[in-house]
Write a protein that binds this ligand. Structure first.
Ligand SMILES: [Zn+2]
Length: 421
């Protein structure tokens, strides 16, 4: 007899990923911002597939689409599977969509085989994870986790439309946002399958991995003040070159990050003033993005960066100033779910690889509600947020099998519902 997980249909997953990618603004890649007609188009498709997989479907007050496959005990806590349906501008077709399509696929396998598990399963297509339209991430998952704040309804898109108005235009009442919130006792766990968006699984030559945590990110800006001068007349001993000082700082940040792997630190932007080929740079403004799942280690590296900055500045006669722009705490995946996902990976003939996620996911917000687990699927050359983003049909199918195995194990082992947050 065929094993249940062998009924997972990779071709159906690939076909649906392709179909969804057509719900896009006319541009290269996929552009589908939340609360738009492209988004509505994708929701309609997903709703149809959920219905075909034996689920009842509803939209909550924040326009999250939720398909529910009833359990034999409808009062048992629900196992949630989900990801996001919005994309970045000119993004790929797998980021987010893969978690929704594979979630529907495994429910379809259960439905088509006539299997009803004890706990209900809900597949959630979140309304806005990327934060492209309203510059505020995890709107849908925060609403479900009960952490969305009233003032977040007033965030505006570039045309000045507030989130509240965008919700109203769909015929939903934004003031009902609290009704989207779920309570921890009603939820067994949240599992998200996502493309890796990095190159580790490809380098390890393995289709799937288990995520141990999602890195917290700190963003700082820095300004280095020197003194502008003539590129021909001022000797090096008398210069206060803000760009040379910044260059030293950038290399020092890289050295500190490498020394404290797996931490990653990036200076992605430098603005040089006055910015002329024949003028010594008088001022440089830059950004630092630093990510780690270990908050203490991240803090230690940040302190070292600040200290190096001061030393470089004093050595070169410059002034330096750092300012915090944003801080998001890291999230650890559930210690109960990690071994279950690992055994599912083993069950599918692979040696499990543990990895951390440097990118944020809905699972970060859902961790405030329940235990979270994440499965990563290999993506070609680690490319993501780009039209060339790609996951193979075979890898997606293996990922879905691991997801199904995980769901079966979680429901059979009854991971205790989280009672305190
Ligand atoms: Zn994503």
């Amino acid at each position: 007899m065929k094993k249940l997980t062998e009924k997972v249909n990779g071709a159906r997953i690939a076909e649906r990923i392709d179909q969804l990618s057509r719900c896009s603004e006319p541009a290269i890649g996929v552009t589908r911002l939340s609360f738009t007609k492209e988004f509505q188009c994708a929701q309609n498709m997903v709703e149809q597939w959920m219905l075909e997989a034996g689920m009842t479907v509803r939209k909550d007050s924040l326009n999250n689409l939720i398909g529910r496959y009833e359990g034999s005990n409808p009062n048992a806590p629900v196992l949630m599977i989900g990801s996001h349906l919005d994309t970045v501008i000119e993004g790929g077709k797998f980021d987010g969509m893969l978690g929704i399509v594979t979630g529907i696929e495994i429910v379809a396998v259960l439905f088509e085989t006539g299997i009803i598990l004890e706990n209900p399963i809900e597949v959630i297509a979140f309304c806005d994870e990327e934060g492209v339209r309203f510059h505020s991430t995890f709107l849908g998952s925060k609403a479900i986790a009960g952490t969305l704040k009233r003032e977040e309804l007033e965030v505006k898109d570039d045309e000045g439309i507030t989130l509240a108005n965008a919700i109203k235009e769909l015929g939903l009442d934004p003031l009902n946002y609290k009704e989207a919130a779920r309570v921890p006792e009603e939820v067994l766990a949240y599992i998200e399958l996502h493309i890796e968006q990095g190159p580790v699984l490809q380098a390890e030559e393995i289709p799937c991995g288990v995520v141990t945590g999602i890195a917290g990110a700190s963003r700082y800006s820095f300004t280095i003040e020197g003194f502008a001068g003539h590129a021909g007349t001022v000797p090096h001993t008398l210069r206060k070159d803000a760009l040379a000082g910044s260059a030293e700082l950038v290399l020092e940040i890289e050295r500190l990050a490498k020394e404290n792997a797996p931490i990653v630190a990036t200076v992605g932007k430098l603005s040089v003033k006055p910015g002329s080929s024949n003028v010594i740079a008088g001022e440089v403004a830059g950004t630092i993005d630093i990510r780690d799942t270990d908050e203490r280690r991240k803090r230690k590296v940040l302190e070292a960066i600040f200290q190096s900055g001061e030393e470089i500045a004093s050595h070169r006669g410059l002034k330096i100033h750092f300012e915090k722009v944003m801080e998001v705490s890291p999230v650890l995946c559930s210690e109960e779910l990690i071994p279950i996902i690992e055994s599912s990976i083993r069950e599918n003939g692979m040696d499990p690889v543990r990895l951390i996620s440097g990118a944020g996911h809905d699972a970060m917000a859902m961790a405030d509600l329940t235990k979270v687990g994440m499965i990563f699927v290999r993506c070609r050359d680690g490319i993501s947020h780009h039209p060339d983003e790609h996951a193979s049909l075979e890898d997606m199918e293996i990922g879905a099998r691991v997801l199904l195995d995980t769901v079966l194990q979680v429901i059979h082992s009854k991971v205790a519902a989280k009672t305190e947050v």
